[in-house]
Design a protein around this ligand. Sequence first.
Ligand code: NAP
Length: 308
Amino acid sequence: MSSESASSGSSAPAASNVAVIGLGIMGLPMAVNLVKAGHTVTGYNRSSAKVDKLVAEGGHGAASVAEAVKDADVIITMVPDSPDVEAVVLGKDGILANAKSGAYWVDASTIRPDVAVRLAGEAQEAGIHAVDAPVSGGEQGAVEGTLSIMVGGGKDDVEAVRPVLESVGSTIVHVGPAGSGQTVKAANQLIVAGTIQLVAEALVFLEAHSVDTDAAVKVLAGGLAGNRILDRKAANMAARSFEPGFRVDLHHKDLGIVTSAAREAGVAIPLGALTAQLMGALRASGHGSLDHSALLLLVEQLSGRSAN
Ligand code: NAP
Protein backbone atom coordinates (compact mmCIF):
# COMPACT_ATOMS: atom_id res chain seq x y z
CA MET A 1 0.00 0.00 0.00
CA SER A 2 1.03 3.60 -0.21
CA SER A 3 0.25 4.86 3.23
CA GLU A 4 1.29 8.31 2.04
CA SER A 5 -1.89 8.38 -0.03
CA ALA A 6 -3.93 7.81 3.16
CA SER A 7 -2.15 10.66 4.89
CA SER A 8 -3.89 13.93 5.56
CA GLY A 9 -0.44 15.45 6.01
CA SER A 10 -1.07 15.71 9.74
CA SER A 11 1.27 14.15 12.23
CA ALA A 12 0.87 12.77 15.70
CA PRO A 13 1.40 15.56 18.25
CA ALA A 14 4.77 15.55 20.06
CA ALA A 15 2.94 14.67 23.30
CA SER A 16 0.34 12.20 22.16
CA ASN A 17 -2.41 9.99 23.46
CA VAL A 18 -0.76 6.61 23.00
CA ALA A 19 -2.45 3.24 23.41
CA VAL A 20 -0.29 0.18 24.03
CA ILE A 21 -1.83 -3.24 23.41
CA GLY A 22 0.22 -6.07 24.92
CA LEU A 23 2.08 -5.33 28.14
CA GLY A 24 4.48 -8.28 28.33
CA ILE A 25 8.25 -8.40 28.71
CA MET A 26 8.65 -5.73 26.01
CA GLY A 27 5.34 -3.86 25.90
CA LEU A 28 5.24 -2.87 29.58
CA PRO A 29 8.67 -1.19 29.75
CA MET A 30 8.00 0.51 26.41
CA ALA A 31 4.71 1.86 27.78
CA VAL A 32 6.48 3.06 30.94
CA ASN A 33 9.07 4.92 28.84
CA LEU A 34 6.25 6.58 26.88
CA VAL A 35 4.77 7.79 30.20
CA LYS A 36 8.21 9.11 31.23
CA ALA A 37 8.48 10.97 27.90
CA GLY A 38 5.26 12.88 28.67
CA HIS A 39 2.73 10.97 26.58
CA THR A 40 -0.68 10.04 27.94
CA VAL A 41 -0.55 6.25 27.82
CA THR A 42 -3.47 3.84 28.01
CA GLY A 43 -2.65 0.14 28.17
CA TYR A 44 -4.59 -3.02 27.51
CA ASN A 45 -3.39 -6.59 28.04
CA ARG A 46 -5.17 -9.94 27.80
CA SER A 47 -4.36 -10.76 31.44
CA SER A 48 -5.30 -7.76 33.54
CA ALA A 49 -2.57 -7.86 36.24
CA LYS A 50 -0.07 -6.39 33.77
CA VAL A 51 -2.39 -3.41 33.19
CA ASP A 52 -2.19 -2.68 36.94
CA LYS A 53 1.61 -2.50 36.65
CA LEU A 54 1.30 0.23 33.99
CA VAL A 55 -1.22 2.15 36.11
CA ALA A 56 1.25 2.00 39.05
CA GLU A 57 3.80 3.72 36.76
CA GLY A 58 1.49 6.59 35.78
CA GLY A 59 -0.39 5.09 32.84
CA HIS A 60 -4.09 4.44 32.42
CA GLY A 61 -5.74 1.06 32.16
CA ALA A 62 -8.39 -0.10 29.70
CA ALA A 63 -10.64 -3.15 29.87
CA SER A 64 -10.71 -3.77 26.11
CA VAL A 65 -8.87 -2.93 22.90
CA ALA A 66 -11.78 -0.69 21.88
CA GLU A 67 -11.60 1.32 25.11
CA ALA A 68 -7.80 1.63 24.89
CA VAL A 69 -7.73 2.97 21.32
CA LYS A 70 -10.81 5.18 21.03
CA ASP A 71 -9.01 8.49 21.85
CA ALA A 72 -5.51 7.46 20.78
CA ASP A 73 -3.40 9.41 18.29
CA VAL A 74 -0.92 6.52 18.12
CA ILE A 75 -1.64 2.85 18.87
CA ILE A 76 1.26 0.47 19.52
CA THR A 77 0.72 -3.29 19.41
CA MET A 78 3.28 -5.56 21.12
CA VAL A 79 1.81 -9.06 21.10
CA PRO A 80 3.51 -12.38 20.29
CA ASP A 81 2.62 -13.56 16.77
CA SER A 82 0.76 -12.84 13.50
CA PRO A 83 -2.58 -14.35 14.68
CA ASP A 84 -2.37 -12.27 17.89
CA VAL A 85 -1.90 -9.08 15.87
CA GLU A 86 -4.82 -10.02 13.60
CA ALA A 87 -6.96 -10.67 16.70
CA VAL A 88 -6.37 -7.18 18.12
CA VAL A 89 -6.51 -5.31 14.79
CA LEU A 90 -9.47 -6.87 12.99
CA GLY A 91 -13.10 -7.51 13.95
CA LYS A 92 -15.71 -5.34 15.61
CA ASP A 93 -13.73 -5.09 18.85
CA GLY A 94 -10.43 -4.46 17.09
CA ILE A 95 -8.26 -1.43 16.45
CA LEU A 96 -9.46 -0.64 12.92
CA ALA A 97 -13.13 -0.60 13.95
CA ASN A 98 -12.58 1.53 17.03
CA ALA A 99 -9.67 3.92 16.46
CA LYS A 100 -10.20 7.55 15.36
CA SER A 101 -9.98 8.10 11.62
CA GLY A 102 -6.45 9.32 10.88
CA ALA A 103 -4.91 7.60 13.91
CA TYR A 104 -1.54 5.87 13.53
CA TRP A 105 -1.17 2.15 14.24
CA VAL A 106 2.41 1.02 14.91
CA ASP A 107 2.95 -2.74 15.12
CA ALA A 108 6.10 -3.36 17.16
CA SER A 109 5.46 -7.13 17.34
CA THR A 110 7.57 -9.46 15.20
CA ILE A 111 5.25 -11.02 12.62
CA ARG A 112 5.24 -12.35 9.05
CA PRO A 113 6.04 -9.62 6.49
CA ASP A 114 3.15 -10.73 4.24
CA VAL A 115 0.69 -10.37 7.12
CA ALA A 116 2.07 -6.89 7.87
CA VAL A 117 1.51 -5.86 4.23
CA ARG A 118 -2.06 -7.23 4.20
CA LEU A 119 -2.99 -5.57 7.50
CA ALA A 120 -1.48 -2.25 6.37
CA GLY A 121 -3.82 -2.40 3.35
CA GLU A 122 -6.82 -3.08 5.56
CA ALA A 123 -5.79 -0.22 7.84
CA GLN A 124 -5.60 2.17 4.92
CA GLU A 125 -9.12 1.18 3.84
CA ALA A 126 -10.28 1.95 7.39
CA GLY A 127 -8.61 5.39 7.35
CA ILE A 128 -5.83 4.37 9.76
CA HIS A 129 -2.13 4.94 9.01
CA ALA A 130 -0.14 1.71 9.49
CA VAL A 131 3.56 1.43 10.28
CA ASP A 132 5.42 -1.82 11.00
CA ALA A 133 8.13 -1.16 13.57
CA PRO A 134 9.57 -4.37 15.03
CA VAL A 135 12.32 -3.86 17.56
CA SER A 136 15.64 -5.35 18.59
CA GLY A 137 17.52 -4.89 21.84
CA GLY A 138 15.67 -7.26 24.13
CA GLU A 139 14.16 -6.58 27.52
CA GLN A 140 17.20 -4.50 28.50
CA GLY A 141 16.76 -2.28 25.45
CA ALA A 142 13.05 -1.90 26.20
CA VAL A 143 13.72 -0.93 29.83
CA GLU A 144 16.50 1.50 28.89
CA GLY A 145 14.58 2.98 25.94
CA THR A 146 17.44 2.12 23.59
CA LEU A 147 15.70 -0.25 21.17
CA SER A 148 16.78 -0.48 17.56
CA ILE A 149 13.63 -0.06 15.48
CA MET A 150 13.30 -1.15 11.85
CA VAL A 151 10.44 0.76 10.35
CA GLY A 152 8.31 -0.01 7.30
CA GLY A 153 5.61 2.23 5.88
CA GLY A 154 4.97 5.45 3.99
CA LYS A 155 7.52 8.23 4.57
CA ASP A 156 5.01 10.72 6.00
CA ASP A 157 3.54 8.13 8.35
CA VAL A 158 6.96 7.09 9.62
CA GLU A 159 7.96 10.71 10.24
CA ALA A 160 4.64 11.33 12.01
CA VAL A 161 5.26 8.58 14.57
CA ARG A 162 9.01 9.20 14.92
CA PRO A 163 8.62 11.27 18.16
CA VAL A 164 6.76 8.37 19.75
CA LEU A 165 9.34 5.84 18.54
CA GLU A 166 12.11 8.07 19.92
CA SER A 167 10.58 7.62 23.38
CA VAL A 168 11.30 3.87 23.27
CA GLY A 169 14.31 3.54 20.98
CA SER A 170 17.60 5.14 20.08
CA THR A 171 18.18 3.76 16.57
CA ILE A 172 15.17 4.33 14.34
CA VAL A 173 15.62 3.57 10.64
CA HIS A 174 12.99 3.75 7.90
CA VAL A 175 13.87 0.71 5.79
CA GLY A 176 11.14 0.81 3.11
CA PRO A 177 7.41 0.41 2.43
CA ALA A 178 4.90 -1.57 4.52
CA GLY A 179 6.27 -4.95 5.58
CA SER A 180 9.94 -3.99 5.12
CA GLY A 181 10.45 -3.53 8.84
CA GLN A 182 9.35 -7.13 9.38
CA THR A 183 11.66 -8.40 6.64
CA VAL A 184 14.63 -6.66 8.27
CA LYS A 185 13.57 -8.03 11.66
CA ALA A 186 13.52 -11.56 10.18
CA ALA A 187 17.15 -11.04 9.10
CA ASN A 188 17.92 -9.80 12.61
CA GLN A 189 16.51 -12.98 14.14
CA LEU A 190 18.53 -15.12 11.73
CA ILE A 191 21.75 -13.44 12.87
CA VAL A 192 20.87 -13.54 16.58
CA ALA A 193 19.91 -17.23 16.60
CA GLY A 194 23.03 -18.28 14.68
CA THR A 195 25.26 -16.20 16.94
CA ILE A 196 23.73 -17.66 20.12
CA GLN A 197 24.27 -21.16 18.75
CA LEU A 198 27.97 -20.45 18.07
CA VAL A 199 28.48 -18.80 21.47
CA ALA A 200 26.82 -21.85 23.11
CA GLU A 201 29.11 -24.21 21.19
CA ALA A 202 32.17 -22.12 22.14
CA LEU A 203 31.23 -22.16 25.84
CA VAL A 204 30.70 -25.93 25.97
CA PHE A 205 33.93 -26.40 24.00
CA LEU A 206 35.88 -24.18 26.43
CA GLU A 207 34.44 -25.96 29.46
CA ALA A 208 35.32 -29.36 27.99
CA HIS A 209 38.93 -28.12 27.80
CA SER A 210 38.74 -26.81 31.40
CA VAL A 211 39.39 -23.24 30.30
CA ASP A 212 38.25 -20.38 32.58
CA THR A 213 35.22 -19.23 30.58
CA ASP A 214 35.10 -15.76 32.23
CA ALA A 215 38.66 -15.07 31.08
CA ALA A 216 37.98 -16.57 27.66
CA VAL A 217 34.83 -14.50 27.10
CA LYS A 218 36.67 -11.35 28.15
CA VAL A 219 39.38 -11.77 25.54
CA LEU A 220 37.02 -13.07 22.84
CA ALA A 221 34.77 -10.04 23.32
CA GLY A 222 37.70 -7.72 22.52
CA GLY A 223 38.58 -9.36 19.20
CA LEU A 224 36.90 -10.11 15.90
CA ALA A 225 34.66 -12.68 17.63
CA GLY A 226 33.23 -9.94 19.84
CA ASN A 227 29.45 -9.55 19.65
CA ARG A 228 26.44 -8.49 21.75
CA ILE A 229 25.53 -12.10 22.62
CA LEU A 230 28.94 -12.55 24.24
CA ASP A 231 28.55 -9.20 26.01
CA ARG A 232 25.02 -9.68 27.26
CA LYS A 233 24.33 -13.40 27.49
CA ALA A 234 27.53 -15.43 27.87
CA ALA A 235 27.80 -14.95 31.64
CA ASN A 236 24.23 -16.17 32.23
CA MET A 237 24.77 -19.03 29.79
CA ALA A 238 27.91 -20.11 31.64
CA ALA A 239 25.92 -19.92 34.91
CA ARG A 240 23.07 -21.94 33.32
CA SER A 241 20.64 -19.10 34.07
CA PHE A 242 17.98 -19.08 31.36
CA GLU A 243 15.23 -16.84 32.69
CA PRO A 244 13.77 -14.91 29.69
CA GLY A 245 14.58 -12.43 28.15
CA PHE A 246 13.43 -13.69 24.82
CA ARG A 247 11.58 -16.97 24.97
CA VAL A 248 12.52 -19.99 22.86
CA ASP A 249 8.83 -20.12 21.78
CA LEU A 250 9.15 -16.66 20.23
CA HIS A 251 12.45 -17.32 18.49
CA HIS A 252 11.03 -20.57 17.11
CA LYS A 253 8.19 -18.47 15.68
CA ASP A 254 10.69 -16.02 14.17
CA LEU A 255 12.84 -18.72 12.58
CA GLY A 256 9.68 -20.08 10.97
CA ILE A 257 9.15 -16.60 9.50
CA VAL A 258 12.76 -16.44 8.23
CA THR A 259 12.83 -19.92 6.68
CA SER A 260 9.51 -19.42 4.92
CA ALA A 261 10.43 -15.92 3.65
CA ALA A 262 13.82 -17.21 2.43
CA ARG A 263 12.14 -20.09 0.62
CA GLU A 264 9.68 -17.68 -1.03
CA ALA A 265 12.62 -15.58 -2.26
CA GLY A 266 14.61 -18.65 -3.41
CA VAL A 267 17.43 -17.88 -0.99
CA ALA A 268 19.40 -20.68 0.70
CA ILE A 269 20.03 -20.18 4.42
CA PRO A 270 21.71 -23.47 5.40
CA LEU A 271 23.05 -22.33 8.78
CA GLY A 272 19.79 -20.54 9.56
CA ALA A 273 17.78 -23.63 8.68
CA LEU A 274 19.96 -25.80 10.92
CA THR A 275 19.63 -23.33 13.77
CA ALA A 276 15.85 -23.31 13.23
CA GLN A 277 15.85 -27.11 13.64
CA LEU A 278 17.86 -26.83 16.86
CA MET A 279 15.52 -24.14 18.24
CA GLY A 280 12.55 -26.37 17.35
CA ALA A 281 14.17 -29.37 19.08
CA LEU A 282 14.82 -27.29 22.20
CA ARG A 283 11.17 -26.27 22.26
CA ALA A 284 9.95 -29.83 21.62
CA SER A 285 11.99 -31.02 24.58
CA GLY A 286 9.94 -28.78 26.88
CA HIS A 287 12.11 -25.65 27.04
CA GLY A 288 9.88 -23.22 25.14
CA SER A 289 9.58 -20.81 28.06
CA LEU A 290 13.34 -20.52 28.67
CA ASP A 291 15.52 -17.75 27.22
CA HIS A 292 16.75 -18.51 23.68
CA SER A 293 20.30 -18.75 25.04
CA ALA A 294 19.17 -22.15 26.42
CA LEU A 295 20.38 -23.49 23.04
CA LEU A 296 23.43 -24.28 25.17
CA LEU A 297 21.44 -27.09 26.84
CA LEU A 298 21.06 -28.78 23.48
CA VAL A 299 24.79 -28.47 22.72
CA GLU A 300 25.52 -30.11 26.07
CA GLN A 301 23.03 -32.87 25.37
CA LEU A 302 24.46 -33.54 21.90
CA SER A 303 27.94 -33.63 23.49
CA GLY A 304 26.94 -36.09 26.23
CA ARG A 305 27.62 -33.42 28.83
CA SER A 306 24.12 -32.79 30.22
CA ALA A 307 23.86 -32.36 33.98
CA ASN A 308 20.87 -34.79 34.07
P1 NAP B 1 5.33 -11.58 26.02
O1 NAP B 1 6.10 -11.29 27.25
O2 NAP B 1 4.71 -12.92 25.83
O3 NAP B 1 4.20 -10.44 25.92
C1 NAP B 1 3.13 -10.48 25.02
C2 NAP B 1 1.96 -9.86 25.72
O4 NAP B 1 0.88 -9.77 24.79
C3 NAP B 1 1.47 -10.66 26.92
O5 NAP B 1 1.38 -9.80 28.04
C4 NAP B 1 0.11 -11.16 26.46
O6 NAP B 1 -0.85 -11.23 27.51
C5 NAP B 1 -0.30 -10.08 25.49
N1 NAP B 1 -1.29 -10.54 24.53
C6 NAP B 1 -1.28 -11.66 23.77
N2 NAP B 1 -2.38 -11.71 23.01
C7 NAP B 1 -3.09 -10.60 23.32
C8 NAP B 1 -4.34 -10.09 22.89
N3 NAP B 1 -5.07 -10.75 21.98
N4 NAP B 1 -4.77 -8.92 23.42
C9 NAP B 1 -4.04 -8.25 24.34
N5 NAP B 1 -2.86 -8.70 24.81
C10 NAP B 1 -2.40 -9.85 24.28
O7 NAP B 1 6.19 -11.32 24.70
P2 NAP B 1 7.34 -10.24 24.48
O8 NAP B 1 8.64 -10.89 24.81
O9 NAP B 1 6.97 -8.94 25.10
O10 NAP B 1 7.29 -10.13 22.89
C11 NAP B 1 6.29 -9.38 22.20
C12 NAP B 1 6.70 -9.26 20.75
O11 NAP B 1 7.95 -8.58 20.67
C13 NAP B 1 6.88 -10.60 20.02
O12 NAP B 1 6.45 -10.50 18.69
C14 NAP B 1 8.38 -10.81 20.10
O13 NAP B 1 8.83 -11.67 19.05
C15 NAP B 1 8.89 -9.39 19.99
N6 NAP B 1 10.20 -9.13 20.60
C16 NAP B 1 10.52 -9.61 21.83
C17 NAP B 1 11.77 -9.32 22.36
C18 NAP B 1 12.22 -9.87 23.71
O14 NAP B 1 13.42 -9.82 24.01
N7 NAP B 1 11.34 -10.36 24.56
C19 NAP B 1 12.69 -8.55 21.65
C20 NAP B 1 12.31 -8.03 20.43
C21 NAP B 1 11.06 -8.32 19.91
P3 NAP B 1 -0.94 -12.46 28.57
O15 NAP B 1 -0.41 -11.90 29.86
O16 NAP B 1 -2.38 -12.78 28.65
O17 NAP B 1 -0.13 -13.59 28.02
